[in-house]
Design a protein around this ligand. Structure first.
Ligand SMILES: C[S@@+](CC[C@H](N)C(=O)[O-])C[C@H]1O[C@@H](n2cnc3c(N)ncnc32)[C@H](O)[C@@H]1O
Length: 233
């Protein structure tokens, strides 16, 4: 029997907050604020209209719904039943269609290998015990030539200072304990896991927050938050 690549404490954390997922002033404010930007980037890169897309670690469905609104046929998977419940309920409000399923990336890859044109796995790798296993599952899920996108947090003094001390303690953008520094992943490590899984990293892009203007932007600074686009061999 294989063990589930999940940390129950992490899932519990997201489940407890799940009812506030769609409140743009809640703990999920940063996800609401970065969503239009990351959605545009994914759409520009992978042309979402008509694509079959899997959103791994979809939570309450902020990105899943965004991709569905661009014309993609989206499946969202997560291991928090509560987050998926909120995601399903929100479809009544948005009128969009997304198939939400409680399953791990690894189990989904065993059931539906090479079935997706695009796989997204955003802000999730830093919450799992074995990110390489999640990355390998994403690689199995995507069709040859398809696109896989990841976003996560870099690991260095600056990311510790900004993502934990700054965001959780000083600016209070996120609840204390949201992130565990030891689970942050350097772009070089993420790229290596991707290549080992048969994914070619093609673009690495940074995402920064300006505390004065309170605006997020994409750019060259990958020191804290970053996104990576890969294609399947
Ligand atoms: C910060 S939220 C990101 C949600 C969404 N990807 C986004 O960017 O809008 C992290 C999500 O990962 C999920 N998660 C954590 N560990 C997981 C695992 N092992 N398998 C699937 N989902 C997991 C949590 O339940 C939560 O919904």
């Amino acid at each position: 029997m294989t063990t589930l690549n999940a940390d129950p404490a992490e899932l519990q954390k997201f489940s407890e907050l799940a009812h506030r997922w769609w409140d743009p002033a809640s703990e999920f404010k940063p996800l609401h604020e970065i969503n239009p930007m990351r959605l545009d980037w994914i759409d520009r890169t992978a042309s979402l209209a008509g694509k079959v897309v899997l959103d791994v670690g979809c939570g309450g469905g902020i990105l899943s719904e965004g991709m569905a609104s661009r014309g993609a046929k989206v499946t969202g998977i997560d291991l928090s039943e509560k987050a998926l419940g909120v995601a399903r309920l929100h479809l009544y409000e948005s009128g969009l269609e997304v198939d939400y399923t409680l399953i791990s990336a690894e189990a989904c890859a065993a059931e539906r290998p090479a079935q997706f044109d695009v796989v997204t796995c955003m802000e999730m790798l830093e919450h799992v015990p074995d990110p390489a296993s999640t990355i390998a599952a994403c690689a199995r899920l995507v069709k040859p030539g398809g696109h896989v996108f990841f976003s996560t947090l870099n690991r260095n003094l600056k990311s510790y200072a900004l993502a934990i001390i700054g965001a959780e303690y000083l600016l209070k953008l996120l609840p204390k304990g949201t992130h565990d520094y030891a689970k942050f992943i350097k772009p070089s490590e993420l790229s290596r896991h991707c290549r080992n899984a048969g994914l070619n990293p093609t673009e690495l892009i940074g995402m920064s927050y300006n505390p004065l203007t309170k605006v997020y932007s994409l750019g060259r600074d990958t020191d804290v938050n970053y996104l990576i686009h890969t294609t399947r061999n």
